[in-house]
Design a protein. Structure first.
Length: 282
C-alpha cells in the first residue's frame, strides 16, 4: 500500500459528512466517490505542492516582457520547479513536449512554448503551470498583459478574472458543479462574451486530472455535489467572439478560437471546506 492509500485507510471521512452525502444520494444527487474527498494529510501535501506552483507563476511575473520567447517562459518554469525539488506535471503528459502551456491572444489553451514565438507589445498571454511535489499535484494559470494592450484586451482579461471569482463564490459546500457553470456563464454573457464549452476545470491533487469535470456553463442544482475535502480547479476560458474552438492540426494540442477572436483564462485550485472554499494555488 502506498502513502496515499495508507492515508485513506487511517484518516476516515468524518461521520457527519458521510451522513450528509447519504442524504444527497437519497435525493438522487450525484455524490462523489469517497476517494475524491481528500483527507487532512493529503491536503497538506497538496498545499506544499501548491506553494511551489504559485511561486512558479510569481517568478514568471517578475520576468515576462515583450521580446522574450515562450521558450524563455518554459525555461523559467522548469528551472524554478526543479530547484524546489518538484516536477513540471505537463512535461511528457500524454506526449505534451514542454513544461508549461503559453497561450497568446486567440489561443484558448495548450499553447506550446517555442524559441520562434516572441511576445510582442500588446499581446495577452496565459501561462498555465502544474506541479508535482512528493506525488501531489497542483494547477493554476494567470493572464499577463504585455506592454500597452488595447482597451478591448484589457477588459477581456479583467472580466475573465471576474468570471473566475464569481465561479469561486458559487463553489460552496453542498452546492453543485452546475452552480459554478451557471454563475460563470450568466456573468460572461451579460458582458458580451462567450464561454468555451469543450474544455473546463477538474478535480486535482492525487492525479493531474480527476473527476469531476467542471464545466463553465451549466444549470443550477445539477452535476456533482461539492463535498468538503474535494479539490477542484475553476478555469473559465472566455472568448471575445463566438464560443467555437479549433484544434491545431499540426501539433494536436493548441486550441484556438474558431473565429480568430481573443480569448482569456484564469485558473485557481480550490479546496471545498465546511464553511466555503480555500484558494490553494493561483
Amino acid at each position: 500500500m502506498n502513502e496515499i492509500d495508507e492515508i485513506f485507510a487511517r484518516e476516515p471521512i468524518p461521520a457527519h459528512i458521510l451522513e450528509r452525502m447519504e442524504q444527497c444520494r437519497k435525493r438522487r444527487m450525484i455524490v462523489p466517490d469517497e476517494r475524491l474527498i481528500k483527507r487532512p494529510s493529503h491536503i497538506e501535501g497538496i498545499r506544499a505542492s501548491s506553494r511551489i506552483n504559485t511561486g512558479v507563476l510569481d517568478e514568471v511575473a517578475k520576468h515576462i516582457k515583450a521580446g522574450m520567447t515562450t521558450q524563455d517562459i518554459d525555461d523559467i518554469v522548469r528551472e524554478y520547479t526543479n530547484s524546489h525539488g518538484a516536477v513540471c506535471a505537463p512535461y511528457h503528459f500524454e506526449g505534451y513536449p514542454k513544461s508549461v502551456c503559453t497561450s497568446i491572444n486567440d489561443e484558448v489553451c495548450h499553447g506550446i512554448p517555442s524559441r520562434l514565438r516572441k511576445l510582442h507589445d500588446g499581446d495577452i498571454v496565459n501561462v498555465d503551470v502544474s506541479t508535482i511535489y512528493n506525488g501531489y499535484y497542483s494547477d493554476a494559470s494567470r493572464m499577463f498583459m504585455i506592454g500597452e494592450v488595447s482597451p478591448q484586451r484589457k477588459r477581456l482579461v479583467e472580466e475573465t478574472k471576474r468570471c473566475l471569482e464569481i465561479g469561486m463564490e458559487a463553489a460552496q459546500p453542498w452546492n453543485t458543479v452546475g452552480d459554478i457553470g451557471y454563475a460563470i456563464s450568466k456573468y460572461a454573457r451579460s458582458r458580451g462574451y462567450s464561454v468555451v464549452r469543450e474544455l473546463g476545470g477538474h478535480g486535482v491533487g492525487l492525479e493531474f486530472h480527476e473527476d469531476p469535470f467542471v464545466a463553465h456553463i451549466g444549470r443550477k442544482h445539477t452535476g456533482m455535489v461539492l463535498v468538503p475535502g474535494m479539490i477542484i480547479t475553476i478555469e473559465p476560458m472566455i472568448n471575445a467572439g463566438r464560443a467555437g474552438v479549433v484544434l491545431d492540426p499540426y501539433n494536436d494540442w493548441t486550441v484556438s478560437t474558431a473565429d480568430g477572436s481573443d480569448s482569456a483564462q484564469w485558473e485557481h485550485s480550490i479546496l471545498i471546506t465546511e464553511t466555503g472554499n480555500e484558494i490553494l494555488t493561483y
